[in-house]
Design a protein around this ligand. Structure first.
Ligand code: CA
Length: 221
């Protein structure tokens, strides 16, 4: 084999390897998407707003401590509620994610307690908790505390037993519900928050309302 032939063979072998890697990656991507598509999330015993018979189900995997979730709750959720939840086309459920540590856990324990005690009041409490998130919080700044959670509940879930809420937070009385959420996070391979799932399909760009609308409209057909 002369030098030139050797070079051509080397280039060809290299090209084949690159092509193989590209094809393999594409297949892996496809498998990921296939895994996401059509895998309905169980919303049994989860706080759910909207008509129970609505044709489209949206699940948010969210974390009260997560700035992106507070942003989504403020910028996208109100539109979604007005256009689709209030009109009976979509029912919406929230599942806790604990990606931000002890404060995520505190907030989740409290939200499960409010939900247990007064499911109707849950959404007021939920919205108020996201709204209470400091807008320019430092990454490690603590703001979720039992006192803050009790204060929010006092105002937004006035019919619940605050002693019970305190117990559920401090003694982790609602831990089983939080652990159930955590199992769903694992089962559905949730990697980031907010993860928005429309009829079993993970939305790639949760902040792109038009893309979200397109997925909903597809589900309504
Ligand atoms: Ca839950």
């Amino acid at each position: 084999m002369n030098k030139k032939t050797l070079m051509i063979v080397t280039v060809l072998v290299f090209a084949v390897i690159v092509a193989a890697i590209v094809i393999l990656n594409k297949q892996l991507e496809k498998t990921d998407q296939e895994q996401n598509a059509g895998k309905e999330v169980s919303i049994k015993n989860q706080p759910t707003i909207g008509d129970p018979d609505a044709p489209v189900t949206i699940v948010e995997f969210g974390d009260y401590k997560c700035p992106g979730c507070a942003g989504w709750s403020e910028s996208i959720y109100p539109k979604l509620k007005k256009d689709y939840i209030d009109t009976g086309k979509v029912k919406f459920a929230f599942i806790n994610v604990l990606f931000h540590g002890p404060e995520s856990l505190l907030a989740s324990l409290a939200s499960e307690s409010v939900y247990n005690q007064d499911p109707e009041a849950f959404w007021d409490f939920h919205d108020a908790l996201f709204a209470a998130q400091p807008t320019n919080q430092q990454h490690d700044e603590q703001w979720v505390t039992p006192d803050l959670l009790l204060d929010i509940a006092k105002e937004h879930a006035p019919n619940i037993d605050l002693d019970q809420l305190k117990k559920d937070i401090v003694e982790q009385g609602t831990l089983a519900a939080v652990e159930m959420d955590n199992q769903l996070v694992t089962e559905h391979n949730i990697k980031s928050t907010p993860s928005i799932i429309v009829n079993g399909v993970l939305v790639n760009e949760p902040f792109d309302y038009e893309a979200l609308k397109a997925l909903i409209e597809k589900g309504l057909k």
